[in-house]
Design a protein around this ligand. Structure first.
Ligand SMILES: [Zn+2]
Length: 271
């Protein structure tokens, strides 16, 4: 089973006419690329026309769809105290983890407003996912999501499953150095095959090299993600295939990374 652990229901580059339509396009694309299930990440803001927030995504996704949802707490709006609500959504597996957007939004992973959510994730044994790296329109954004802060979170919450997405591009070697000895960080590959990301990060050779080492170090802690529709699914499948890890190794790494269901700690086997 191949699971894409990072997609959005959103309008991008004329892919769809509506958010409902974008779900249809996504399901088509998954069928075409051999993706069995996908995890939809809602935006932290509701009521945007171009990307589904949690409530919109929940109404668009049917039980029969091979799609599962994360939650995306709004950290900046001090009026929103959503801890109880998210605890229930996680407990009944309406959502399968929480996504945080430091850098997209001006807060650090160590921000005190985030900590109660990490406690909930730890208690419910479900992961928290951190956006990392630059934003094309705001390079300064990366100072908020430096993996050194994410490593601090893992020290403070040792039983919490923590996931880094986008590998802190373009500083991928730095991300490797900062995280290589941290036991409880998982990695999800969304964006790492995107042309602009690859170019800014030193080229495809540099990307393959660092991801190859990271997968060797953490063979059961890496999962496929694509960031569809901003990035294309096939490019990410090709990148992973090109790592030359698709034969089981002594540690069984590649088979496992292609099957995040079995090991990625997103408990979506019992929705
Ligand atoms: Zn994304």
């Amino acid at each position: 089973m191949i699971i894409d652990a990072h997609v959005h229901l959103s309008l991008y580059d004329g892919n769809a006419n509506s958010l409902a339509d974008s779900k249809t396009v996504l399901l088509d694309e998954m069928r075409r690329r051999g993706i069995d299930r996908a995890i939809v990440i809602p935006d932290s803001q509701e009521a945007r026309y171009d990307i589904a927030g949690f409530e919109t995504a929940r109404t668009l996704i049917d039980d029969a769809d091979p799609l599962d949802l994360l939650g995306s707490p709004d950290i900046l709006d001090g009026r929103v105290q959503d801890f109880d609500r998210y605890e229930i959504l996680l407990a009944d597996r309406t959502i399968h983890g929480l996504k945080f957007f430091p850098g997209h939004e001006p807060y650090y992973p160590t921000d005190s407003r985030c900590l109660p959510y990490y406690e909930i994730g730890q208690r419910q044994r479900l992961p928290v996912v951190f956006h990392t790296g630059e934003n094309p329109e705001n390079r300064d954004a990366a100072r908020f999501n430096d993996p050194k802060y994410i490593a601090e979170v893992t020290e403070r919450f040792p039983a919490l499953s923590v996931v880094i997405t986008h590998y802190f591009w373009p500083r991928i070697e730095y991300c490797y150095e900062v995280t290589k000895d941290v036991p409880n960080i998982d990695f999800e590959l969304a964006g790492t095959a995107d042309g602009a990301v690859v170019r800014a990060s030193g080229g495809i050779g540099a990307m393959r090299d660092v991801l190859g080492r990271m997968i060797q170090d953490h063979p059961s802690q890496v999962m496929l993600g694509t960031d569809w529709p901003m990035c294309n699914i096939q490019g990410h499948l090709d990148l992973v295939d090109s790592l030359g890890l698709n034969q089981p190794t002594a540690t069984g790494c590649w088979v496992e990374t292609r099957r995040p269901f079995s090991n990625c700690r997103y408990d979506i086997t019992n929705p």
